[in-house]
Design a protein around this ligand. Structure first.
Ligand code: PLP
Length: 369
């Protein structure tokens, strides 16, 4: 008997068909564009890192890498004064954020046990837009809670619809795209009130005055996520990690892919940790450029929010932000614009080199003239 072939799209799960996938910042293939749209570090990895990668490229590529990234976890543990069992390494921190949704969250509709909202993933709005997508993929309920008008933490969480029993809460600190940093004391208070897991996403912590790593090692339900991408100039290699209690980390370890971190990534991250002073010099330069750029854009009529990250959020004068995006692109400067109501009046601008900041200022003067 002849049967008609199935319609391919109907073979995809309805949840996946409905899904609005995460849209990463553009990686343009146009030459000569100054790229200030995805918070990449303008400085290359340390020469020692480049050498370590080159040396590792030989016949050993045929072998599987260390399945648990053990040497890297040992070195990270020594740095953060914890044990290797407190650390998991991932294919970028994005992978680990996704693993957290699979390890700690039940699909929505699952019964409430132990007084937690098993199916809820909670985060502030605006923050990293990936969290809502991860919640959808997990079939979980999203609970986005608006930040205060100045993008600070809301004064009274409960009034804003905060769920103290959410299975998983993501807090980006310093926040993106606002750049705003939160005091560790304030974060600790939030963590103490929370019954489920709290992930403090510290992708930009190296550009901030303080960080919350101590909270992950003090509170068994708190995890800190870090990445080698932004601060350590390794976006291309995809290496991130989480630190937290042995129990939570063991849960994540169980469900990851056996070889989730590629070998050259492990080599690069290990070599990075052997040359931290190189990177700290870069952080100081980026912070100095951030302050100068904020001041000079302010002089051009931009309203620039204070930032503790390697980017600034700025409301441009004269034209809507979306128009600025296009006009700057015509001047060969690529920045980021988010269409959500809370951020649509702003541009997010990555801090590049001093020369890139000069080029941006020249372009902004031309657009504003
Ligand atoms: C860039 C970014 C990440 C992801 O970093 P990768 O390690 O490259 O996956 C996670 N969280 C936030 C807030 C980020 O901005």
């Amino acid at each position: 008997m002849q049967t008609r072939p199935p319609i391919a799209a109907s073979l995809v799960r309805p949840l996946v068909r409905r899904l609005r996938a995460y849209v990463p910042g553009e990686q343009p293939r146009v030459k000569g564009l100054i790229k200030l749209n995805t918070n990449e570090n303008p400085f290359p990895p340390s020469p020692k890192v480049l050498r370590a990668i080159r040396v590792a490229v030989d016949g050993r590529l045929r072998l599987y890498p260390n399945p648990t990234a053990e040497p890297l976890r040992e070195k990270l543990a020594a740095w953060h004064q914890c044990r290797p069992a407190n650390i998991i390494v991932g294919n970028g921190s994005d992978e680990l954020l996704a693993l957290a949704t699979r390890a700690f969250v039940e699909p929505a509709g699952a019964s409430r046990r132990g007084g937690r909202s098993h199916g809820t993933i909670q985060f502030f709005s605006p923050s990293y837009t990936l969290y809502a997508v991860l919640a959808e993929i997990a079939g979980a309920r999203s609970n986005p809670v608006p930040l205060a008008a100045d993008f600070g933490l809301p004064g009274e969480l409960a009034k804003g619809g905060w769920d103290f029993r959410a299975a998983l809460t993501f807090v980006t600190t310093p926040n993106a795209p606002s750049g705003r940093g939160y005091a560790t004391a304030e974060l600790e208070e939030l963590c103490r009130a929370q019954r489920g897991v709290v992930v403090l996403d510290e992708a930009y912590a190296d550009f901030a005055g303080e960080n919350a790593m101590a909270l992950a090692l003090r509170h068994p339900h708190v995890i800190v996520a870090r990445t080698f991408s932004k601060a350590y100039s390794l976006c291309f290699q995809r290496v991130g990690y989480m630190a937290g209690s042995e129990e939570l980390i063991a849960g994540l370890q169980k469900i990851r892919d056996s070889y989730n971190v590629n070998g050259l990534g492990q080599v690069a991250a290990l070599a990075t940790l052997s040359d931290l002073p190189y990177y700290r010099r870069g952080f100081r330069r980026i912070i100095a450029t951030r302050q100068r750029l904020a001041r000079e854009l302010g002089g051009l009529g931009f309203s620039v929010l204070p930032s503790e990250a390697n980017f600034i959020l700025a409301r441009p004068p004269k034209f809507p932000a979306e128009v600025w995006l296009e006009k700057l692109r015509e001047q060969k400067i690529l920045v980021r614009w988010f269409a959500q109501p809370e951020t649509r009046d702003y541009l997010r601008i990555t801090i590049g080199t001093d020369a890139q900041a000069e080029a941006l200022l020249r372009a902004a003067r031309a657009v504003a003239a």
